[in-house]
Each structure stands twice: as C-alpha cells, then as structure tokens.
Write a protein that binds this ligand. Sequence first.
Ligand SMILES: Cc1cc2nc3c(=O)[nH]c(=O)nc-3n(C[C@H](O)[C@H](O)[C@H](O)COP(=O)(O)OP(=O)(O)OC[C@H]3O[C@@H](n4cnc5c(N)ncnc54)[C@H](O)[C@@H]3O)c2cc1C
Length: 375
Amino acid sequence: MAANRLAGSNHDLRVSVINPATDFVERIRLHEVAAGSRATAAVPMGSVLAGHVDFIEDSASRIDPDNRRVHFSSGRAPIGYDALLYAVGSGQASSGVPEGVYGFGDAESAARLRTGLTRLDHGATVSIVGAGLTGVELAAEVAQQYPQLRVRLISRGLIAGGLSDSGSQAVRTRLAALGVDMVENADVQRSGGSTLISSGGLTMPSDCTVWAAGFRVPRLARDSGLPTDAEDRLIVDESLSCPGYPDIFGAGDAVRVPDSVGRHLRMSCASALPLGAHAADSIIARLENRPLAPLSAGYLIQCISLGRRSGLIQTVTPGDRPRRFVVRGSLAGLAKEQICRMTLSWLRGELRRSGSFKWPKGPLPVDASLPVEAR
Ligand SMILES: Cc1cc2nc3c(=O)[nH]c(=O)nc-3n(C[C@H](O)[C@H](O)[C@H](O)COP(=O)(O)OP(=O)(O)OC[C@H]3O[C@@H](n4cnc5c(N)ncnc54)[C@H](O)[C@@H]3O)c2cc1C
C-alpha cells in the first residue's frame, strides 16, 4: 500500500521494497491453507506492486539510522535511503510456545500445520490454544475440513467474548454445529507429551496442539537500536514518524502507535492498510516540507470466517467496540470472502491511482491530560 502510494505520487521517487519472498502472502487466508481448503495464500508480488518499484528479494538484518543504510541477511551490499518505512509485520509467537506445539501466524507455520494435520489418525484430537479471531477461524476451518478429527478450542477467557452478545452466540452456535469442543477460562501452562495442562490443573489429551495465542513482531527495530516498546514494536508518533529519527516511519503490526490516536488499534489487515497509506502520506508531506497530519483510523466491522460458506460480520464503533447489529451464516461468509478479495483490490487500486485508498476515521483523539476514567 505504502510503496504503491509513494511510487504513484507526483514526486520523482525511487521506491524499493525489501521482502524475503517473491510472493505477497495473504496472511488473512492462512487458516484456509493450514486446513487444506485453499492451496496457497501466495500472490505474485508483481500483481500487487507498481512495476517501477525496485523489488529486493532479501531480508533486512539491520537498519543503520546514523548512516541511513539497510543491511541484508544475505550479505549483499547495504543500500541507502532518504526515508525508510518499517513494515515488517508479525508472525507466529516464537517465545512461550511449548515444545512439540505448532506455532501459527505466518506462511511457514501454516505449511507445517497443514502437513501435520494430514498425518493424524482418525479420531485424533487437535487442540487450538487461543480463541481470538485467528484461533476461532482456524478451529472452524479445521473442524469443517477434517470431520474425522476432534477439534478443541481453548480460551483463557470466554470464546468470542469480545463480540456483542448476539455475535458471540452466533460464533458459539456455529462452532458447536461443527463439533468444536470449547474449553473456556483455561490458561494453558504446559504441554507434556500429548497432554496439555492448564493453570487450574485441568489435563487435556492432545495429539496435535496449535498455539494461536497472539503474534510476535520481529526484533529488527530493537536490534538496530531504534526505540521500541516491551513487545519489540517500533515506537512511532501520531504521524507514524519515529521520534528522534525524522526519516524513519512505521506502519502495520510491527509498530506501536501512541494511545492518543491508536489505543483502539489491533494487529490486523484492517489497521495495516490505513497505516501504510497514512505513513506514505506522511513521507510525502515531509518531502514537501508540510506539517505531518496525525493518524485517524477506525473500524466499521469485524469479519470472521467460520469455515467455508459461513461467517460473522460484527458491526463495531470506530474504536472497535461491538455494536448490536450482526450478520451471520452464509451471507456473512459471502461478505467475508468479498472483503478478503477487496484487500488485494485496494492494493491494486492504489497501483493504478495513488491516493485512491480511503478508510474510516478513528474515534476522537484522546486528551492524554485527562484522567483515564474521564476520556
Ligand atoms: C490466519 C490469519 C487470519 C487473519 N485474518 C484477519 C482478518 O480477517 N482481518 C484482519 O484485519 N486481519 C487479519 N489477520 C491479521 C493480518 O493478516 C495482519 O495483521 C496483517 O497482515 C499485518 O500486515 P503488515 O503489513 O503489518 O505485516 P505482514 O502482512 O506480516 O507483512 C510483513 C512482511 O514483512 C516481511 N518481513 C519481515 N521481516 C523482514 C525483514 N527483516 N526484512 C524484510 N522483510 C521482512 C515479511 O516476510 C512479510 O512479507 C489475520 C492473520 C492471520 C495469521
């Protein structure tokens, strides 16, 4: 999104994109890949990236902000930059995942899980730890594709507890219809052989365990000496510029946006696209010596797939709080599929006309000087 917006701007910019793989990965479809309902989530990079952008197939190993250079894992010669956008995203949680457990969140872990599922015996139990939207989508997809397996979804709190009452009820009804065993208020602490043990002492047999309890971001910013939060996310200001490093900007899952404009933002494609576009706008404003505008990005809906041909559309406030209205069943499944397709259309739209992507505004900025309860 950012590269296309910059490349198509009125400025004569040379834009380079660094990425370790030649394909763009639609991460929002990785549960489909893992469950075997879709062959791949890879899309040729050339179909979503402007033709005159330099594509560098490599991994950045270090950013040298003093000399404005990016170093590479392959050992190729470093490249210089005038402005750098940090958008390294997130992936499977690597720390805290017990041994013998499948991580989940990136293309490699989805491929491993896909193979692992095909090797399970009839009647084997698959446990998915973490019932956020990703865990729910994965549980439903696996249960539908593998009716001969027992699928268990384990949640620290209530499953789909962040949705409205009707939304959460619809998710639970669908999961139950797919035969998913829902275990709530269980904090999985350990995995011993083929057994999971929760903090409350609950012991659950498991032939295949998947950790879907949150994403981790790469350590690149921290290892490069850039300001990061405790979760290794690059700290940016309201304009998505990195404080103290005016030529470094950030977008997507790997950045920490200040609470004043980003308290409500969650790691999602729904946030990454507006952040990418806004970061590009900030870079252009800097080039034109204009003041940088604060980010304003909010939500309209949360879309959850519940196996093929079913889903839930939960309407939300700009600040991501659930509203009462939901759409469920096959209509929601159809809508979710259309929205997945639209993410690629938005990238391609920006490729054709820079500045074409628009997004919902965020909640009103928070006045940080007010006490929390008054905000
Ligand atoms: C199964 C699943 C379902 C999801 N469903 C939804 C959904 O329905 N709606 C929604 O809004 N979100 C969803 N998400 C979340 C969404 O996919 C992510 O939040 C989004 O992809 C983040 O975008 P990003 O651009 O920040 O990073 P990413 O999409 O993670 O892209 C980052 C890129 O940077 C590359 N990279 C990393 N390190 C380096 C380096 N050192 N050098 C060079 N390149 C590097 C990576 O290889 C990757 O290509 C889902 C995620 C998963 C896993």
